[in-house]
Design a protein around this ligand. Structure first.
Ligand code: AMP
Length: 446
């Protein structure tokens, strides 16, 4: 974890006046000092403020929202028998991780924690929620189903936390989240966390769910990830990428590697060739059932496999210790996705390496990401695998290939070319006829 650089003299958790049961759990976890996001979020959250926080995965944000929520549950006696705090997260994996951290933080208290996610047994979850655990961690779809069946209600909810809200919006959960908020006690405290506050939907969502929030903006994109070395390796084509990938996985030094593809099919297709190289590989994507996903995650967590090929959705929020190499086999479609992907490495105090394999058709996408992050990634050549592609001949000021057209221009160009081809075909016919005849006659003679 990044050391704290504020001038505060006492940087311990006890200076934040947290409940002793929580301090004992922090001690056991070995969390000596609050991270910047924890230091900034915990005091206003303890004062029961609504908060809008921009924080990345890897910054310690989970404890930043769990600690004040748990402190509240431990110090303010319950006045009702219902669930008192709810955390919503975009993916099952992230929800599970929050749940695990919550259980660790609750180890020295008797607070009850419940996990409600899609893919797990519905009846079991009905039972879980009927028991009204003090704090519930959930993905929106499944929780809404349970609320609509009136298995439980959130009438008495005291704290609502929306984690990775930008991602929930990107994944199309906006309506579910708002419907859940409708079920919640309007007197609650709400914390909304997002990787970025510059997101179209976040402003709207925060207006709907927060009351006079304090804004805590910790990230300025370009000084983030300074502990992750970012490299670009150019590739000729798909086959070349596969060779580069295998070479990197066989030759780089790492504990665990995470390989990102843009599609599930691509993720599946890489497994065989890598296993053929005797690499210990697993795959994680949204088409796999929950049991299989849990199994792969457990194998990866324990180090039985040390390479995971994943799509964005499946790997969102993934917090596995020891990932020090991230390879973008496909270039992600947005800068935000790129941030999330590389954020899987360099977590806590560790250093990380992120390598992007870029073919010519992806150059502009990569250049756009560099521009978005205000960073220039290191170009790396792998001698043993060097290809022909060396990048565009000329670059625009934006870093994109000069002469490369945007889609509209490219379409216009294609239409023009087709027309020209038609015209040429006609003219070829005409040219075959002796040229001493008039044009009209030529056409008729065909
Ligand atoms: P998060 O951003 O919540 O996903 O946390 C990233 C990692 O940092 C997790 O593995 C946490 O267990 C760890 N962590 C969170 N807070 C601290 C802390 N204060 N000191 C050391 N590690 C921490």
């Amino acid at each position: 974890m990044q050391p704290n650089s504020t001038n505060n003299t006492d940087l311990s958790f006890s200076s934040l006046s947290l409940n002793e049961h929580l301090l004992a759990a922090l001690n056991k976890l070995g969390f000596d000092q609050p991270t910047p996001v924890q230091l900034q979020t915990i005091p206003p959250a303890l004062a029961h403020q609504d908060l809008l926080v921009s924080a990345e995965t890897g910054s310690g944000k989970t404890a930043a929202f769990l600690l004040p929520a748990l402190h509240h549950l431990l110090t303010i006696p319950a006045t009702h028998g219902g669930t008192r705090a709810l955390v919503l997260a975009p993916t099952r994996e992230l929800a599970r991780q929050i749940f695990q951290q919550c259980r660790q933080l609750c180890e020295f208290s008797d607070l009850q924690t419940g996990l409600v996610t899609g893919g797990d047994d519905f009846r079991q979850q009905q039972k879980t929620i009927r028991n009204n655990p003090d704090i519930v961690i959930a993905t929106p779809g499944r929780l809404l189903e349970l609320l609509e069946q009136e298995v439980s209600n959130l009438d008495e909810l005291e704290i609502l936390i929306l984690d990775e809200a930008d991602r929930m919006l990107d994944m199309g959960f906006s309506e579910e989240v708002l419907a859940i908020v409708e079920h919640c006690n309007s007197q609650r405290q709400t914390l909304l966390l997002s990787a970025t506050l510059v997101h179209q939907g976040i402003k709207k969502m925060s207006e709907r769910v927060l009351t006079k929030p304090e804004v805590i903006a910790l990230n300025s994109r370009h000084d983030e990830h300074s502990h992750i070395e970012q490299q670009i390796v150019l590739a000729d084509d798909h086959e070349h990428k596969q060779k580069l990938l295998a070479w990197l996985l066989l030759n780089e030094t790492y504990d665990k590697a995470l390989v990102f593809t843009n599609t599930k099919i691509q993720a599946d297709s890489l497994r065989g060739p890598l296993r053929g190289q005797k690499l210990r590989v697993g795959v994680l994507h949204g088409d796999m059932d929950q049991k299989e996903r849990n199994r792969v995650m457990a194998l990866y967590g324990q180090g039985e496999i040390n390479i995971l090929i994943a799509t964005d959705v499946a790997a969102r929020g993934l917090d596995v210790k020891g990932i020090n190499l991230v390879i973008n086999f496909d270039i992600p479609r947005t800068g935000i996705d790129y941030i999330h992907r590389i954020g899987r490495t360099g977590r806590a105090d560790a250093l990380g390496l992120a390598i992007a394999l870029v073919k010519s058709t992806e150059w502009n996408l990569m250049a756009g990401i560099e521009r978005f992050l205000k960073q220039k990634f290191k170009r790396r050549t792998i001698k043993e695998m060097e290809g022909k592609y060396k990048g565009p001949k000329k670059l625009k000021a934006s870093g994109k290939a000069a002469g490369s057209k945007n889609r509209k221009e490219a379409k216009k160009e294609a239409v023009k070319k087709t027309k020209m081809r038609h015209r040429d075909k006609k003219n070829i016919g005409k040219r075959r006829v002796p040229s001493n005849k008039p044009a009209t006659e030529q056409a008729g003679s065909e």
